[in-house]
Design a protein around this ligand. Structure first.
Ligand SMILES: Cc1cc2nc3c(=O)[nH]c(=O)nc-3n(C[C@H](O)[C@H](O)[C@H](O)COP(=O)(O)O)c2cc1C
Length: 161
């Protein structure tokens, strides 16, 4: 079974979890990279602009994808939570790439209020089989190693089925 971990990450939390998942099951990994910076590097305005883009359904242009998703049987897809939903680069991905008949496992990183992010992703991925969903609260700030272990165990449980 070919496995791909796809993610977007602004501050490194989702990247950290994605890399742990990929390492633990020997999966390929694909980062969604916007062509331009989406938000200011710091300050309150980054939440304002980022949240606004998420709410308005923004679709920032992405660098071309280095993997062909059609080649994979199982896809792990991870996002940071922005304004209680998936981040705009993931919205672009949903519009540009049609995933069908895949096994899909979803994960997100958040600051304590994930809202319905994972369910909102499921709606965009109708036509696939959902095999797992998990969330992490800013793992780089809260017991990084324990969260890495939790991510790896979760991923192994899915990949072995
Ligand atoms: C624009 C923006 C909006 C955010 N909105 C939420 C939110 O609605 N709920 C929440 O729990 N955390 C929110 N956060 C916090 C991030 O989800 C959290 O820090 C996450 O771990 C970031 O992942 P990353 O390091 O992979 O970018 C927001 C962060 C940003 C930058």
């Amino acid at each position: 079974m070919k496995i791909l971990v796809i993610y977007y990450s602004l501050d490194g939390n989702t990247k950290f979890i994605s890399e742990k998942i990929a390492e633990s099951i020997g999966a390929d990994i694909l980062e969604l990279k916007p062509k331009k910076e989406l938000v200011p590097a710091s300050g309150f305005l980054r939440y304002f602009w980022g949240g606004r883009q998420a709410i308005m359904g923004g679709k920032p242009e992405l660098e071309s994808l280095e993997k062909n998703c059609a080649d994979y049987d199982l896809v792990f897809l991870g996002t940071p939570v922005w304004a209680l939903k998936y981040a705009p680069p993931v919205n672009t991905f949903f519009s540009n790439v049609k995933l069908e008949n895949k096994k899909i496992a979803l994960f997100c990183c958040h600051g304590g209020a994930p809202g319905g992010t994972l369910n909102k992703m499921k709606k965009r991925l109708a036509g696939n089989e959902f095999v797992g969903a998990i969330d992490f609260r800013e793992p780089l700030k809260h017991d990084k190693e324990a969260e890495a272990k939790r991510a790896a165990e979760w991923a192994r449980g899915i990949a072995m089925n």
